[in-house]
Design a protein around this ligand. Structure first.
Ligand SMILES: Nc1ncnc2c1ncn2[C@@H]1O[C@H](COP(=O)(O)OP(=O)(O)OP(=O)(O)O)[C@@H](O)[C@H]1O
Ligand SMILES: [Mg+2]
Length: 327
């Protein structure tokens, strides 16, 4: 489905993403689980976090506690965690907005320092959770142009990028509008367009679909997937919407109380009820149906996408399979 013809309900959101996401089976490993795909996870990681700790002033506990993490070029990573788990704090370390209490963050093998922070921000673009922290210019057009202008790009190139980015998020026609007169969702799209216009190698999106309607949400996820597929842009996305995670993420990180509790494929993470319960997360709705079937004695595996669910149900029907005690 094209961007100009976006889906119209949340079911179609997942259908669209289903079509675009490439599924991979990653090996299970010891906790914290490591996604393992040797064809892509070799060489220097595009992002590396080493023993990262963060503490906000006047707080006793660390908001991040010894986080270790490697992200390779082209990966699509979802970061899950309850409110206050540390997702936004982690993200703000990924291009030097926050400074570590201890530990370090490396971009393409280079530690972020005061000297290279500007370059780091061109490589790693962050879309903040709250667009009011990001969208500050008097007009939409000026806001989206801010990053490319700061990168020193020629005027025509800036104009092309702004036009392209606004088209991508479906905001063409709103160029002259004042961002503070836009809706929350529209402001979020302006923030996303501003990052897209910089064409970073990594895009980190903090709750990109929160507050967006299903159609807009699907458009945003589709745009993001397209950036990954066609331009190889690495994605890190935090979200509370676990239902869409299996459609765009090939890897999930679970944060809980500032610690990295797990790092694995969607199938691994969503087949670990104890982990999910501990991290105050839930299964995707489609998986809950399989959990219920299991509890009723059916011999089914938990499936996390509509497509896999259909296949599993068809398998069950074809076997006419019911375990003892079920009439
Ligand atoms: N500017 C700040 N000053 C002090 N404490 C902060 C600040 N920002 C976050 N915290 C605290 O750090 C912890 C992690 O917060 P963070 O915003 O990273 O969580 P989160 O996982 O992004 O949560 P949410 O899902 O609600 O966005 C929380 O306990 C929070 O109260
Ligand atoms: Mg947050």
């Amino acid at each position: 489905m094209s961007i100009s013809n976006p889906p119209h309900n949340s079911e179609e959101v997942t259908n669209t993403l289903k079509e675009t996401a490439g599924r991979r089976n990653l090996k299970k490993d010891a906790s914290p689980k490591k996604a393992d795909n040797p064809s892509e996870r070799i060489g220097t990681p595009i992002l590396e976090v080493k023993d990262l700790c963060h503490r906000y002033p006047h707080l006793e506990a660390n908001a991040l506690d010894k986080i270790n993490l490697k992200v390779y070029g082209g990966e699509r990573v979802a970061v899950l965690g309850a409110n206050g788990a540390g997702k936004s704090t982690l993200f703000k370390h990924l291009n030097g907005i926050l400074r570590p209490l201890s530990g370090e963050v490396l971009i393409k093998g280079e530690k972020i320092t005061k000297k290279n922070v500007r370059m780091c921000r061109e490589t790693v673009g962050i879309v903040f959770q709250d667009p009011d922290d990001q969208v500050l210019a008097p007009s939409v057009e000026e806001d989206v142009a801010f990053g490319p202008i700061n990168m020193g790009l020629p005027r025509e190139e800036v104009e092309t990028r702004v036009k392209e980015a606004l088209k991508m998020v479906g905001l063409t026609g709103l160029e002259e509008r004042a961002p503070h007169h836009l809706s929350g969702g529209q402001k979020k799209l302006v923030a996303i367009a501003g990052i897209l216009a910089m064409r970073p190698e990594v895009i980190v999106l903090d709750e990109p679909t929160a507050g967006l309607d299903p159609l807009t949400s699907s458009r945003v996820l589709e745009v993001i997937m397209k950036m990954n597929r066609e331009l190889g842009i690495t994605l890190l996305i935090s979200t509370h919407n676990v239902d869409v995670v299996p459609y765009f993420a090939e890897r999930i990180l679970v944060l809980h109380h500032g610690k990295l509790e797990a790092d694995g494929s969607p199938n691994e993470i969503f087949n670990d009820p104890e982990l999910l319960r501990k991290a105050h997360l839930r299964l995707p709705r489609v998986a809950e149906v399989f959990e219920m079937l299991q509890q009723e004695g059916f011999d089914v595996k938990i499936q996390i996408t509509a497509e896999a669910a259909r296949d599993e149900i068809l398998r069950l029907i074809s076997l006419g399979q019911k375990t003892t005690g079920i009439e």
